[in-house]
Each structure stands twice: as structure tokens, then as C-alpha cells.
Design a protein around this ligand. Structure first.
Ligand code: UD1
Length: 359
């Protein structure tokens, strides 16, 4: 049994870590193909090192380009690897161009394919991620749904027969990191040790590539009563510079992206998160950190239920969202029991799955 995982971006490296462990634990031959969509060491190699992910079989080195050019390079590169390796399963992750290109390569060459993080829908078809995830779901043979809402979305599109509820592998990765950090807490950078702070990340095209919207969000952050540590993705740095928008203003203190273990520790140490990321909304919920999502919609609706996550579509609403009280009680845990990756490995191998509650 041979499984090929195709990954290429920061969140996909987090997801492949527990999957790689689970596949190895069940004696399955697992190969990782890195598309090279992310290539900065802080967005790529640091994750392989920190999460002890086995080195990829190949890095296709596609790099940055327009969506069509990047996706086409991924399609062609992945197809060549699949033709040579002839895997039993191709595993694609999430909603990036790497996921779309790999799903298309597997479909066109008729290799069985599984989509991890299937069934998420924001309903916002302007986002490349929404288009990518819809197409990947309809192309893939097996749909690995992280949540009950994802299962319902797939059913509504006629895909129930291919759907399995597994829980969320990012919850697995987070649980493993928390266990590791309980024994060996990582040091926070000095910039995060000087008093209470909010963490912020902005990288979506809908945020960064619209200068007016970006300016309004940055102004909202600048007016925050607490310092805002803005972890700067290369896309944000690039687009802000091109639009002539300084990142350092008012409460905002920009700093570079953090390695995964430090990110988790920083999130736990923060008073709250402001983000347009998908994965961080979940991580904040699971860690009990109030999150403000600067988007009109989310593909993770469970995060909204008890008020731990609030959507701010119009940046004018940021001030009110940042001063809201912390929700009472413990946050819900809708993303499974930390054993999603093993359920996925069992399903691919045709073995008995673990018992427990996938979501
Ligand atoms: C991609 C995913 C997004 C995911 C995000 C995680 C798509 C369509 N989007 O967005 O879903 O949430 O990764 O970070 O696949 N750049 C660098 N160094 C890098 C990578 C990118 O400088 O290592 C810069 C380049 O200017 C590039 C821009 O970031 O043009 C955008 O990179 P790209 O990979 O196209 O998308 P992300 O915004 O990272």
C-alpha cells in the first residue's frame, strides 16, 4: 500500500505531520510531494523541522505565480510523480492551489484520490480557496470531512456516498503540540514578553489585495487598546509596501511569521486573535482564545456558536469586536478527539478504524 500526500503551503505542512505519523503507525508506505508553493524557510522548512515531518520525495519548486500558472505547474509536476510512483491513494489537503492541482492530476491519471478537509464551504465564491475546495471535493473519490457541518455540505451537493466523518487533523496536530509543550514549554520571543497583547495575522487576497480594505483593517488595529503583534506573511508585506501602507502604526507592532510551536504558545499567551486565516480560527477556539475574523463569512461555522469567534466583515466593526468581553465557560470542542489522522490512515488502508468520537 502506497500513499502519496501532496502539500505545498504552511497549513498543509501542519496537516501532513499527524497523517504521516498515523500512516507510518499502520505500516503504510507514505511519500510526500512538496509542490514548492511556499518556499520561504519560515513558511516551509521550519515546519518540517519542528514537526519532524519526513523529507519530501521531491520539491517541485513551483514558487509564486498567477493562480492559473501556479496551478498548471502543480498539475504537470504532480502528474509526472504520480505516473512514476503509481500510488494506491493520492491524498490532497484543504483548499490551496496545491490541493486543486494535485486533485486534478490524480483524477486525470485515474489514481484514487482522497480530499482531507473536505466539505468546508464559506459560500464566498470570490475566494480562490472556495473555488478550489468545491472542485477538489467533486474530483476526489473519498471525502474526509472534519466536522458535521462539512458532512452536511457534502450531502447537499450529492456527495454523501463518498463522505466519511473523520474529525480534523489540525486538532490532532494541536493536541500533540500541547502535550509536547506541557513537558517542554518553548520560549516566547522577547517582543511577546512585554505585557498583554493581541496577535494578528492577515494574508488572504481579499484582505491584502484591496488597498482600501487593507487600510481600514490596519487603522482598526492601530486603534486597539492593547498592543497588536502583527505576524507578517510575505503577501501582506508585499501588498502593504506596494499600496504605500505602513504596517507599524498606533498599536500595531509588526513582526515576522512564527514557527508552529511558538505560534501555539503565542496564541495561548495572547488576550485575543485578529485574523483572516481559516486554521487559526479553529486553533483559537480549541485553546479558548477569543478570535475576531476580519471576513464576512467563515468555513468553520462551529467557531461562532458560543461567541469565541466573531465575524467582522466591515472593518468599522473592529473596535466593538476588540472590546467585547471574553465568553464565559470553556469553549466547545467540535473538531474531534485528536485521532482524525488515524481514522484517515485506517480508511485508506481498509483497516478497522479507531473507536471514539470523530466530531
Ligand atoms: C496560500 C493559499 C491559502 C493559504 C495560505 C497559507 C492558495 C490560493 N492560497 O495563500 O489558502 O491560507 O497559502 O499561507 O493556494 N510568498 C512569499 N514566499 C513564500 C510564499 C509566498 O514571499 O514562500 C508571497 C509571494 O509574494 C506570493 C504571495 O506570497 O505572490 C502569495 O503566495 P501564494 O502561495 O500564491 O498564496 P498565499 O497567499 O500564501
Amino acid at each position: 500500500m502506497k500513499v502519496v500526500s501532496v502539500v505545498g503551503t504552511r497549513p498543509q505542512f501542519v496537516k501532513v505531520a499527524p497523517v504521516s505519523n498515523a500512516l507510518r503507525g499502520r505500516g503504510i508506505h507514505h511519500l510526500i510531494v512538496h509542490t514548492g508553493q511556499h518556499y520561504d524557510p519560515l513558511l516551509s522548512q521550519a515546519f518540517f523541522d519542528d514537526l519532524a515531518i519526513p523529507p519530501p520525495l521531491v520539491n517541485l519548486g513551483v514558487g509564486s505565480a498567477s493562480h492559473p500558472v501556479q496551478t498548471a505547474a502543480i498539475l504537470a509536476g504532480v502528474a509526472e510523480v504520480l505516473a512514476a510512483e503509481r500510488p494506491d491513494w493520492v491524498l490532497v489537503y484543504g483548499d490551496t492551489n496545491s490541493a486543486l492541482g494535485a486533485a486534478l492530476a490524480a483524477a486525470q491519471l485515474r489514481f484514487p484520490s482522497a480530499h482531507l478537509e473536505a466539505g468546508l464551504r464559506s459560500g464566498d465564491r470570490r475566494m480562490p480557496e472556495e473555488r478550489n475546495r468545491v472542485v477538489a471535493d467533486h474530483l476526489c473519490d473519498l471525502l474526509l470531512a472534519p466536522s458535521q457541518a462539512a458532512v452536511r455540505n457534502l450531502g447537499a451537493e450529492g456527495l454523501a456516498a463518498r463522505t466519511v466523518l473523520t474529525g480534523d487533523v489540525m486538532a490532532d496536530a494541536l493536541a500533540a503540540m500541547r502535550a509536547r509543550q506541557a513537558a517542554d514549554p518553548p520560549a516566547l520571543p522577547a517582543a511577546l514578553r512585554d505585557g498583554p497583547f493581541l496577535l494578528a495575522t492577515l494574508h488572504r487576497a481579499e484582505t491584502t489585495d484591496d488597498p482600501q480594505r487593507l487600510a481600514a483593517i490596519l487603522a482598526g488595529l492601530a486603534a486597539s487598546p492593547l498592543p497588536v503583534k502583527l505576524l507578517t506573511h510575505p503577501r501582506l508585506a508585499d501588498r502593504a509596501a506596494r499600496s504605500g501602507l505602513p504596517l507599524e502604526a498606533g498599536a500595531v507592532q509588526p513582526m515576522g511569521p512564527l514557527p508552529y510551536p511558538v505560534m501555539i504558545a503565542a496564541l495561548q499567551a495572547s488576550r485575543g486573535l485578529v485574523t483572516d486565516s481559516g486554521g487559526l480560527q479553529k486553533e483559537a477556539l480549541l485553546l479558548g482564545v477569543p478570535c475576531t475574523t476580519v471576513r464576512p463569512v467563515t468555513e468553520w461555522p462551529e467557531t461562532l456558536d458560543a461567541g469565541w469567534n466573531v465575524l467582522v466583515g466591515d472593518p468599522a466593526g473592529l473596535a466593538a469586536a476588540l472590546s467585547r468581553p471574553r465568553p464565559a465557560g470553556d469553549p466547545p470542542q467540535p473538531y474531534g478527539d485528536g485521532r482524525a489522522a488515524d481514522r484517515i490512515a485506517a480508511r485508506l488502508a481498509g483497516q478497522r478504524p479507531v473507536t471514539g468520537a470523530p466530531a
